[in-house]
Ligand binder design. Structure first.
Ligand SMILES: C[S@@+](CC[C@H](N)C(=O)[O-])C[C@H]1O[C@@H](n2cnc3c(N)ncnc32)[C@H](O)[C@@H]1O
Length: 238
């Protein structure tokens, strides 16, 4: 929140909020926080941690945030790889548009997740390790450069059993995300190497982007009937 320099009582949306591990301390710090997540199970865990007038949770889909939230928030937080989940990339663009819609003019989006440039620079197609209880866990990764989809196959075997699981996520470069933001009226003003206080580089595995919602465009002055006083000014000017 140092990046945002928001006054206390500012309205913050944490989306998706998971089990409230950011929403809760932010409310304790004096912000008015709402958290939204698709998982009812995680929302229940978040609510068990506590709710109140300055901390509320809702179950929902980040592609379609509640209409009553239009221009409600000073900041929207999208943290810890909470983006790129959808089969259709257009859904990711919708998510950014929804973030923009619920921000007040001048409000801030903080986006944090993997950086495609950095992940590619240090790409690990396979790794494995032993967990504390002796379970062997292995990952195999493949990447499709056209769709940007990273597929991770996980296999495990040990005292607690064996199994496999596949997980897929769309990776973004900072520039592609900045384009999506711009299309939605958000201007990326800062890019960091994850949560470190140093600039994003092509080798950063994570990135944190700070984007500002444009202030409302000033109404264009329409050519109208020339008033007598402005006619006088024109005459004086010539
Ligand atoms: C990696 S977790 C991160 C959660 C949280 N930002 C954190 O740092 O603890 C991603 C979350 O996205 C949620 N999620 C997945 N698809 C969603 C959707 N369409 N709308 C809202 N939340 C979604 C999951 O339920 C999960 O809690």
């Amino acid at each position: 929140m140092d990046i945002l320099a928001l006054p206390t009582r500012s309205r913050v949306l944490d989306v998706p909020c998971g089990q409230g591990r950011h929403a809760h301390p932010l409310a304790e710090a004096g912000f008015r926080v709402e958290g939204l997540d698709y998982s009812q199970h995680l929302i229940d865990i978040a609510r068990e941690r506590g709710t109140g007038p300055t901390l509320k949770y809702a179950r929902g889909d980040m592609r379609k945030l509640p209409m009553r939230w239009t221009a409600r928030f000073d900041a929207v937080l999208n943290l810890f790889t909470s983006f790129g989940f959808f089969t259709d990339a257009a859904d990711d663009a919708d998510v950014i548009r929804e973030f923009a819609r619920v921000l007040k003019p001048g409000g801030t989006l903080v986006w944090h997740g993997g950086s495609r440039d950095g992940v590619m620079a240090k790409f690990l197609s396979r790794d494995w390790w032993k967990s504390d209880d002796g379970t062997m866990i292995g990952h195999e990764r493949s990447f499709d450069p056209l769709s940007g989809l990273l597929t991770i196959d996980t296999a495990w075997e040990g005292p607690s059993g064996r199994g496999t699981r596949q997980h897929r996520i769309r990776l973004y470069t900072a520039s592609r995300l900045a384009d999506l933001c711009l299309d939605a009226g958000l201007v990326v003003e800062e890019a960091y190497d994850g949560f470190h206080d140093r600039p994003l580089t092509r080798r950063s595995g994570e990135m944190l982007l700070v984007a500002r919602k444009r202030e409302l465009p000033r109404p264009r002055s329409r050519p109208g009937p020339i008033r007598r006083d402005s006619r006088a000014r024109r005459a004086n000017a010539s």
